[in-house]
Write a protein that binds this ligand. Structure first.
Ligand code: ATP
Ligand code: MG
Ligand code: MG
Length: 364
């Protein structure tokens, strides 16, 4: 356990530390809620230790977060948004003025004001949540669309490069360190038969037909704060993977994570399906905010984006299974294989409904 009082003292919290405890259900960073007494008023902050095993270069990552949140705040203020500080994460500076602080063990810490009267949801319960989350991610892209300066630092290089993800799968097939290839030939053939799809967006980005944007890259429902009273998506959080990318990646991952009622590792794949009403909710929310900047090609690729991102994820699970389960945590021997198969089922469900999905996009 970290000494939260000592870590808090590295930041300009303008009050006395009262207490701190683990908070939320994030899987990557260590997240704490810290209460501070500011002249008799108790307020809370989110204190996070950046997971430097996943994010190898926390300092350039924090510089990304600082640039993006400063820019979003500036835009919100220009729009006279009455609650600008609830509509974007903002960083509390360290006592030395930096947007982060390093402790004696080399951990990188950051502090955000706690966004009150709102919360995240781990499970999607309603289509309204889908609409609101998608709208919030669209708003985030809109707020950061004209971020000045150099492109953002790539916190995980080639994160959504499906061409290199496929190359990594082929390497794992070649190496076959545990002799698992023979067990999963069906799955391997299934992915390799869709190779052309894997190159499509990467090629469009290379040719300039698709624009590089500032994208979030982890567009799950639990990375959006929904207002407790109105249910409105008010603020996108978890900006570690915000970097240059395609709008297709962000929307595709929403389809992957929000439209199927089954868990990512469901063993009964008959439960895995792309629910059209959830897709429509995502389109409605996203297009309502993204229509101001989406190009016709981006819009036309929205249905395909779900297939692409689901395939990418399945390729990663299969690669990890073949490599001996070295990346994703597993809780049973064939866990990664189960995950790989749910992604295949979801892709097949999307393929079967592609025409209808296109018709939905055309309506918005
Ligand atoms: P993931 O597993 O999604 O990558 P993570 O480990 O990167 O998660 P975050 O998503 O940044 O962690 O934060 C974990 C949780 O803490 C969030 O789901 C949210 O409930 C809460 N949280 C984070 N930032 C804030 C904030 N500024 N105000 C209120 N709650 C917050
Ligand atoms: Mg998160
Ligand atoms: Mg995260």
């Amino acid at each position: 356990m970290h000494d939260l009082k000592a870590v808090s003292s590295l930041f300009d919290l303008r009050g006395d530390f009262v207490q701190g405890y683990s908070y939320g259900s994030g899987h990557i960073n260590d997240t704490y809620c810290v209460w501070v007494d500011q002249a008799g008023l108790r307020i809370r902050y989110i204190l996070q230790r950046v997971n430097h095993n996943v994010f190898r270069q926390p300092i350039p990552l924090m510089e990304n977060v600082k640039r993006v949140t400063d820019h979003a705040l500036k835009r919100l203020k220009e729009e006279n948004c009455p609650e600008a500080y609830r509509r974007t994460l903002t960083l509390v500076p360290a006592v030395d003025g930096k947007p982060y602080a390093l402790d004696a063990d080399g951990n990188c810490w950051r502090v955000y004001p706690f966004i009150e009267r709102a919360r995240t949801y781990d499970q999607i319960e309603t289509t309204k949540q889908c609409v609101e989350a998608a709208r919030a991610f669209g708003d985030f892209q809109k707020l950061t669309a004209d971020l000045p300066g150099e492109p953002l630092f790539e916190t995980i290089p080639n994160f959504h490069n499906t061409t290199s993800r496929l190359a990594a799968l082929k390497d794992a097939i070649q190496a076959d360190p545990l002799g698992r290839v023979k067990e999963v030939q069906k799955e391997i053939d299934w992915y390799l038969s869709r190779e052309a799809d894997c190159h499509l967006v990467v090629d469009y980005l290379k040719s300039g037909e698709l624009p590089l944007r500032c994208t979030h890259n982890d567009t799950k429902l639990n990375n959006v704060m929904l207002d407790d009273v109105t249910g409105e998506g008010i603020c996108v959080i978890d900006l570690d993977t915000t970097m240059p990318g395609s709008a297709i990646y962000d929307f595709g991952d929403m389809i992957r994570t929000a439209t199927s009622p089954a868990a990512e590792d469901e063993k009964d794949i008959s439960k895995v399906t792309m629910r059209m009403f959830m897709f429509e909710a995502l389109v409605q929310g996203y297009v309502s905010s993204a229509k101001s900047f989406l190009t016709p090609l981006e819009k036309s690729l929205l249905p395909f984006s779900g297939k692409l991102l689901t395939m990418e994820c399945g390729i990663r699970f299969l690669t990890d299974y073949l490599s001996g389960d070295v990346y994703f945590k597993i809780h049973r021997p064939e866990h990664n294989l189960d995950r790989c198969r749910t992604q295949m089922a979801l892709v097949e469900s999307i393929e079967a409904q592609m025409d209808e999905m296109k018709a939905v996009v055309d309506r918005y």
